[in-house]
Design a binder for this molecule. Structure first.
Ligand SMILES: Nc1nc2c(ncn2[C@@H]2O[C@H](COP(=O)(O)OP(=O)(O)OP(=O)(O)O)[C@@H](O)[C@H]2O)c(=O)[nH]1
Ligand SMILES: [Mg+2]
Length: 280
């Protein structure tokens, strides 16, 4: 499947992030713990040059705990500290102290220049649907940022005062205009970072089946009570039948089966599945 995904509003979002960047002291980059490579926006590295940067592997509760640990060790070995996180329920105190530590240079600089203290300004960035708004709500402790389980919910800009010494800037999820690596694109589509409406969900679900059987043999059979032998398309049909997604004429409802499978994968109902692990 060839995935194309750069909707027009993303250029606007990108311009907005760029124009606010000079105000930002620390960038908190969210990635999906289930696919930290696919959910890396390759444009960020250059954009954030010279900025203090923290990496958060979010949705860690949905990812394989063993592989989560491998990723934090991997990033540590490259000199980048990555924290695993669950933006829906984790306590934020460790994260906040890391942010404040990273931003401490601001106070130092202000003091040297004899200026009034000001809050550290944090920008939360990441691809669509990775949990940016959820994290901000968690940090703020009340619902201020708009959350929805589809990509591209956050559109406008918003600064949020977290405490007297910290301000946050929520950004819309941003993808990049050109993509060559279709495997990464597929992973992003599995995770729900690409608008489902532009995807062939049946094809995507069949690819998901193939991927899960390869990475986690037995997981599908346990969830759906099916055999994992045969072509992924056949397995897809069997799962649809098993779930009663049947149309008139006794045909399997492909669309319903596909949406069900992707939803269940995204919610970790098929298990805590990581799509990528560091190369050893
Ligand atoms: N299980 C789990 N779900 C999460 C986590 N973080 C976010 N979610 C869910 O993921 C979906 C997307 O979350 P958002 O916070 O809207 O993501 P976003 O990055 O702001 O998305 P855009 O603004 O569309 O780019 C929502 O259904 C959240 O409840 C997490 O750590 N664990
Ligand atoms: Mg958002």
């Amino acid at each position: 499947m060839n995935i194309q995904w750069y909707p027009g509003h993303m250029k606007k979002a990108w311009d907005m992030v760029q124009s606010h960047l000079k105000l930002v002291d620390v960038a908190l980059e969210l990635r999906d713990a289930r696919a930290p490579l696919a959910s890396e926006n390759p444009m960020f590295a250059q954009l954030l040059q010279g900025k203090k940067r923290l990496l958060l592997l979010n949705k860690a509760d949905l990812a394989d705990p063993v592989i989560n640990r491998e990723w934090t060790e991997y990033f540590a070995s490259t000199g980048l500290e990555a924290l695993t996180f669950n933006a829906k329920s984790d306590d934020t105190s460790v994260l906040i102290s890391r942010i404040l530590k990273e931003g401490a240079f601001v106070h130092e600089k202000n003091r040297r220049q004899g200026r009034k203290p000001r809050p550290i300004r944090l920008m939360v960035i990441g691809v669509p649907n990775v949990g940016k708004s959820s994290l901000i709500n968690r940090l703020v402790g009340r619902t201020t940022s708009k959350i929805e389980d589809r990509p591209g919910v956050t559109r406008g800009k918003q600064w949020v005062r977290l405490r007297k010494d910290l301000e946050l800037f929520d950004t819309p999820g941003i993808l990049w205009p050109k993509f060559v690596d279709q495997q990464k694109a597929t992973h992003l589509a599995f995770l729900g970072s690409i608008n489902d409406l532009i995807l062939d969900m049946t094809l995507l679900a069949v690819e998901l089946i193939e991927t899960i059987i390869q990475l986690y043999p037995g997981a599908l059979s346990e969830r759906y009570g099916i055999e994992e032998s045969g072509h992924p398309q056949e397995i897809f049909e069997t799962i649809g039948r098993q779930r009663g997604a049947i149309l008139s004429g006794d045909r399997v409802d492909h669309e319903r089966t596909a949406v069900m499978l992707l939803d269940e994968f995204r919610a970790a109902k098929i298990g805590r599945i990581s799509l990528e692990r560091p190369k050893s």
